[in-house]
Design a binder for this molecule. Structure first.
Ligand code: GLU
Length: 489
């Protein structure tokens, strides 16, 4: 094969972009970047019954979220279009005709009842399921005649002798027994091609050099190689990426939790963290590197460092990476995220736009403390508008219900804060006043601080107390401390 490296991401629009699909696309993208090639986006919508409205847009959005760009595709066009399979039907029919003319495809009239019975019988006899080739014997002229009035599919005539061997760029040489293959459908009764035919035609037309796809397609290798051979077309290189599995080694599924790529965005994962995480699902740079940026990944990626065994989709690892990438953001970039997420998540009755100064003051306090962006509003709620009501018990939750201590704490805190003059109000005097309570109460701060957290923030923990009190302002801080004291009375 000569010319530049070309690979394609070929999702089916059957729902939201799957996180495993995003990993596939990321590896394809990195592969073409590292090799100076091109990524093609192709929409495989030949199964009309599984089509879900909005999926294509969801796919675009998911790819763009990670910064994955494609050189050719339904939205950007290109010299090999159209890039949506349902718009390419004539091309599939032309190749189907050619395969028939070459004696490699034949019409099959077997009914679904017959095929169901066949499957049952095979199961009963302990045989591998598969078409038994009955319609191979129908004379092609007669088949054409019958096809005018009877529904039929087109099947590919598999050579069932010997073995199929091909080099997989990840797994090395793989071998399949051809006796286990059957004559599979390439054109369905509705005239739409199956995946196998459509993929063959498109990958050839689109000059795909490398088919990088999920492991589940590995077993289709023999079918695809025989299709290429039947058309006298050179086969591309194949690379089958390892499965993504959960803690118990099961393939990721809806039952596992989130499999929709954009749900991760909506739950507050940064794209750079998700990219970093996905990059190491099945690939490694060396035996120690755990952090990587998009640019680096696109420079150093090679398929020979992808392993065949399943990769554990470890959400805890993703969380840790997200925290890491949050802390690595510049103050300005972080502040922008904070503003965006507070605007998204704070209750609607809090007036918008949110005060920019307040957001800017809060942002640095939050950067060290969150794992995901969807935690921001919960931690910041107290500073915007009134404190939502909370039960008195909450004040003593962290001090084993010691109401006496809570009362003493507030009775000491109120005059201490009152003693800070309005003109002096700020972090340092507030901190000095509250730290001073240790002497008054003769207790370490950590013994009673939770009372002050609840009083000012409505929760026993949150962003740093002194900053929070300072940000609230003197009047509001005092009002909250007094309100808490009143609850205990
Ligand atoms: N449409 C197939 C899928 O979504 C594409 C497989 C391939 O990359 O060839 O799984």
């Amino acid at each position: 094969m000569t010319g530049p490296v070309r690979t394609r991401f070929a999702p089916s629009p059957t729902g939201e972009l799957h996180i495993g699909g995003l990993r596939t696309a990321l590896f394809q993208w990195a592969f073409v970047q590292a090799n100076g090639g091109e990524l093609i986006l192709r929409i495989e919508d030949t199964d009309q019954s599984r089509y879900v409205e909005g999926s294509v847009e969801n796919i675009y959005e998911g790819l763009r979220w990670l910064g994955i760009e494609w050189a050719e595709g339904p939205d950007v066009g290109g010299p090999h279009g159209p890039y949506t399979q349902s718009e390419r039907l004539e091309k599939y029919h032309a190749v189907a005709d050619e395969l028939r003319a070459r004696g490699r495809a034949y019409r099959c009239f077997c009914t679904s009842e017959r095929l169901a019975q066949l499957r049952k019988d095979q199961q009963k006899d302990g045989l591998a399921p598969g078409y038994d080739g009955r319609c191979r014997a129908v004379d092609p002229g007669e088949a054409d005649e019958r096809a005018r009035s009877e529904p039929s599919v087109l099947r590919f005539r598999m050579d069932r002798t010997g073995v199929t061997t091909f080099p997989d760029l990840i797994r090395g040489e793989v071998t399949f027994q051809n006796s286990l293959q059957d004559d599979f459908v390439i054109l369905k009764t509705d005239g739409f091609p199956t995946y196998h035919l459509a993929m063959l035609v498109d990958d050839h037309d689109m000059e795909i050099t490398h088919v990088i796809r999920a492991e589940e397609w590995l077993a289709s290798g023999p079918r695809h190689l025989q299709l290429y051979e039947a058309m006298d077309w050179p086969a591309p290189h194949f690379a089958h990426l390892p499965l993504l599995v959960d803690r118990d080694g099961r393939k990721l599924s809806k039952r596992f939790g989130d499999v929709a790529a954009l749900d991760y965005r909506d739950r507050g994962y940064l794209p750079e963290a998700m990219l970093n995480f996905l990059a190491f699902l099945g690939w490694s740079l060396d035996d120690h590197t755990t952090h990587i940026t998009a640019d680096e990944f696109a420079r150093v990626f090679t398929l020979d460092r992808v392993v065949p065994n399943p990769a554990f989709f470890d959400v805890e690892r993703l969380d840790a990476l997200n925290g890491h990438h949050i802390r690595a953001l510049t103050p300005a970039a972080w502040c922008e995220h904070v503003g965006e997420w507070l605007d998204r998540d704070l209750p609607a009755d809090i007036p918008r736009p949110l005060g920019a100064d307040l957001v800017a003051a809060l942002a640095p306090l939050l950067q060290e403390r969150v794992t995901r962006l969807d935690e921001l509003a919960g931690l910041s709620r107290f500073i915007f508008g009134e404190l939502p009501d909370y039960p008195a018990d909450l004040l003593t939750e962290r001090i084993k219900g010691d109401t006496e201590l809570a009362t003493r704490t507030l009775d000491a805190a109120i005059p201490a804060v009152e003693a800070v003059a309005p003109d002096d109000w700020g972090l340092e005097p507030v901190e000095a006043a509250l730290r001073g309570l240790q002497d008054t109460l003769d207790l370490k701060l950590r013994k009673f601080v939770s009372v002050l957290y609840v009083a000012t923030m409505g929760a026993p923990r949150g962003i740093p107390l002194f900053d929070s009190v300072a940000l609230l302002g003197r009047d509001e801080a005092l009002a909250r401390l007094r309100g808490a004291r009143a609850k205990l009375a």
